[in-house]
Design a protein around this ligand. Structure first.
Ligand code: MG
Length: 307
């Protein structure tokens, strides 16, 4: 009886911290609360260690309380993973604004009829395998395109402006999209929830850690590329079968097609701007593919969408 009472108290604490909004403080509180229930040496635990203890407590809760909202086996999925940029927070609109500034700054240096935007995209495409994704890759391509389209006549002042844009993009505060935190809290009740994002390790790590929602995730994966091989590796790390995995994201090319290819489920949530290099045909009539208008519709799709 004493054990049951102690665990109930811990679970009440856990619910409070799960819906809290205190960043690192919440993670610490979770460590202590869950550690008291499971193991005394939890204080040095990583976030993933803490998450595994949360899962253990969720299972315990179901077994003796019959709590209907915390039954992992009741869901069609074990893990729900979210793309980050333009799915959890704004990103591409910043790049789009930077592109427009690039066009304004370079127009005086090129002849009429030169398509500056196409030149920039072509440079990005050519550099993708060398630089990878993210702001720094975009910045190097922007500088290269500026030198190229102006045939070396671009001024130091313009180059300084372009460098300043890159720095501003890297330091811009994270702007969460509406409803994101509520959706993750909702789905975390009966799933493991993860972030899978590609791009620059330093920048993506900073965005995740300053987002205010990092504590809500069981896993955070920053990958070089979102291809089928990468998803196979990540799902193995998550210890989840593809048919029990669902990916949520704004890019059909990166978040949908490779996941469907390996046997997983995917939901497309559109963002109002899409990077040219992320364009892809949407699947039609695919049983493991869903499309919603905004992220607030995701929990309903996850629970009922393709049944
Ligand atoms: Mg995205």
């Amino acid at each position: 009886m004493v054990v049951v009472v102690v665990l109930v108290v811990v679970l009440v604490v856990l619910d409070v911290v799960l819906v809290g909004d205190e960043g690192e403080l919440v993670v610490t509180a979770m460590s202590v609360a869950v550690g008291d229930a499971v193991s005394p040496d939890v204080h040095d635990a990583t976030i993933n260690d803490v998450a595994s203890r949360i899962r253990a407590v969720r299972g315990d809760r179901k077994s003796f309380m019959g709590e209907p909202t915390l039954r992992p086996e009741a869901s069609r999925f074990d893990v729900i993973a979210f793309d980050a940029d333009d799915t959890l927070w704004h990103s591409e609109d910043g790049f789009h604004a930077a592109e427009n500034t690039f066009l304004e700054l370079l127009t005086p240096f090129v002849a009429d009829g030169v398509d500056l935007r196409a030149a920039l995209v072509a440079t990005e495409r050519a550099n993708l395998s060398t630089y990878g994704y993210g702001v720094k890759a975009f910045g190097l391509s922007m500088l290269e395109a500026a030198l190229s389209v102006s045939q070396g006549r671009v001024t130091a002042e313009v180059m300084e402006r372009l460098l300043a844009i890159v720095r501003e993009l890297l330091l811009a505060p994270v702007r969460l999209l509406p409803g994101v935190a509520e959706v993750i809290i909702d789905l975390a009740r009966d799933h493991r929830v993860a972030v899978i994002t590609k791009g620059d390790l330093v920048h993506q790590t900073r965005k995740v850690s300053t987002s205010g929602i990092a504590h809500l995730f069981d896993h955070v994966e920053i990958v070089l590329e979102k291809d089928p091989e990468t998803y196979v590796r990540v799902l193995r790390e998550f210890d989840v079968e593809p048919h029990r995995f669902c990916m949520i994201g704004n890019s059909v090319k990166s978040d949908v097609l490779p996941v469907l290819e390996i046997g997983g489920h995917a939901v497309h949530v559109p963002y109002h701007v899409l990077w040219e290099l992320e364009r892809a045909e949407h699947p039609v009539g695919h049983g493991r593919f869903g499309e919603v208008e905004n992220i607030s519709e995701v929990p309903a799709w996850v629970r009922h969408g393709s049944e």
